[in-house]
Ligand binder design. Structure first.
Ligand code: AMP
Length: 260
């Protein structure tokens, strides 16, 4: 507990961007960072909230259609939504986690003209897991607090959030077709500007796989139907993956090393 308080103090005010493709765990890592006191600013979540709160406006209808297709919402819509959150005093005081923004070089340039980041954390998840983790394992999330679940990490009671009791639903854009389109968009538009961020010296990689000789304990490993899950990592190789508790520990360990 003392360690956790020290870590909270060390990350207070930090501005962290989570970088990675759809399905890499940005939502869950954001929850872990939120628990340290940082404010979660998620462009996708903010857009979905806007559509939910004001479904009949032209802006909401346009955004909803585009999101359903798995395409990028125009900057005129997404930029003000994100900047409105980032400019809140709580983001300045506590620090923030940017999740899902920037997604294009233009958005990155605009962001850096207004805000500096302390860290870009690249969530390194094997490509073969991305579609399976979302579609095959039925990714779903709480509509109230956005906690993420899947068949790997099901809630105690199906449909009810363990953390806040809210309703758990699957996203309309989490279909095989949309996810592969969103992955293509990630490669073409988002991954493409990663070298710009690397040139600023702020990118660090956080892997989700566990080396075979690393004894993290079974309680920290992803399991499916009671079996330790092994993901295909190419060239015929497979690896184990950390589960939510395992990734939280790895993330906190990384932050402690970096900021304490
Ligand atoms: P996410 O929740 O991050 O997976 O985002 C869901 C959808 O919201 C994306 O597929 C896009 O349609 C839209 N979206 C979220 N963030 C952005 C962004 N930075 N730029 C454009 N569109 C976005």
């Amino acid at each position: 507990m003392e360690d956790l308080n020290q870590l909270k103090a060390a990350v207070r005010g930090k501005r962290i961007h989570l970088f990675g493709p759809p399905g890499c765990g940005k939502g869950n890592r954001s929850k872990d960072l939120q628990a340290l006191g940082l404010v979660h600013v998620a462009s996708g979540g903010a857009l979905r909230a806007k559509v939910r709160d004001d479904p009949d406006s032209e802006l909401s209808k346009t955004a909803q259609e585009i999101m359903k297709r798995g395409e990028l919402v125009p900057d005129e819509i997404v930029v003000p939504v994100v900047m409105e959150h980032l400019n809140k005093p709580e983001c300045k005081e506590n620090g923030f986690i940017l999740d899902g923004f920037p997604r294009t070089k233009a958005q990155a340039d605009l962001l850096f003209s207004q805000v500096d980041l302390d860290l870009v954390l690249l969530l390194d998840v094997p490509r073969s897991f991305l579609i399976f983790g979302v579609v095959g394992a039925n990714r779903r999330a709480c509509v109230s607090c956005a906690s993420g679940y899947s068949d790997f990490d099901p809630p105690k009671v199906e449909g009810v959030c363990d953390r806040c009791g809210g309703t758990i639903v699957q996203r309309a854009d989490d279909t095989a077709e949309t996810i592969s389109k969103r992955l293509d968009g990630y490669d073409a538009e988002t991954r493409a500007f990663l070298p710009d961020l690397e040139a600023r010296g702020i990118v660090e990689v956080l892997p989700i796989t566990v080396a075979d000789d690393d004894d993290v304990g079974e309680s920290r490993l992803k399991t499916l139907l009671g079996e330790v899950y092994r993901v295909d990592i190419g060239d015929g190789g497979t690896a184990r993956m950390l589960n939510l508790d395992g990734m939280r520990e790895r993330l906190y360990g990384f932050l402690a090393k970096k900021f304490m």
